[in-house]
Ligand binder design. Sequence first.
Ligand SMILES: Nc1ncnc2c1ncn2[C@@H]1O[C@H](COP(=O)(O)OP(=O)(O)OP(=O)(O)O)[C@@H](O)[C@H]1O
Ligand SMILES: [Mg+2]
Length: 277
Amino acid sequence: MTGTIKMNEPPPRPQMGPPGKSLKYNVKHTILVMSGKGGVGKSTVATNLAVTLAMKNFKVGLLDADINGPDDPKMLGVEEEKIYGNKEGKIMPVETEYNVGVISMEMALPSHDTPVIWRGAIRHNAVKQFLEDTSWDNRDMLIVDLPPGTGDEPLSITQLIPDADGIVIVITPQDVALLDARKAINFAKKVNIPVLGLIENMSGFVCPHCGYETDIFKKGGAEKIANEYNISYLGNIPIIPEIVDDADSGIPAVAKNDYVKKFFNDVAENLIKNLKK
Ligand SMILES: Nc1ncnc2c1ncn2[C@@H]1O[C@H](COP(=O)(O)OP(=O)(O)OP(=O)(O)O)[C@@H](O)[C@H]1O
Ligand SMILES: [Mg+2]
């Protein structure tokens, strides 16, 4: 009989454009998540975006390249896991229940309160090893959560992946943050990696009790900047209190909250379109 839907059959693997040039790390597309300054939601975006893409049936890896402040394992509920090597001596990503394999310094530390007191060159080598010596196993996408800002560390990481498909810049909408966002855009130009798009995070707040919208950090600034620089605007994520609670309890909000998922889904769809270009 034609048109029968077989139950329990996984959806077909989505088709992407031709692989990027990150094949030396055995991944097809590499996406760097950065911001002009700290605390704007890079790790929140990197983890939830990775899970959203995995829900679309892409094979996704997440590299937490923030050696001093590695938050991704906690946000994905795997901070008690340790990374280990396989028989070939390759580092194995820790597979989360959200079908995202993650590598982070957090999972190589003896305890959660051990600080990484390393000079820049050693941190650079750690990220290099996470890229080169990990069994990424031909993933469709590798999301890299960069350390904050436009300084020495993000620069040295971009030099490890000069042929990344592009950079996603996370911005909060208040004027002072937009100033830093411009620096991030110019950073991307300097390192000659395309900007795949801007995301406005913490963009407005709708009171869950009365439904009244307050634009705590303003709203719409990222889209204006995207137009000004002629780059893509991927979408916005409002301030949603559950995002904080879920991150703290190790569950990516998109996995349990349809309201949050809707915003990340729009961002992911726009990102996929730009990857295909
Ligand atoms: N849209 C949002 N709504 C509510 N809380 C958010 C949102 N985005 C991020 N947060 C919260 O803001 C805090 C900072 O976010 P996050 O750690 O993702 O930022 P970051 O840019 O990665 O920071 P750092 O520069 O320190 O690495 C976290 O507690 C996170 O849960
Ligand atoms: Mg972070």
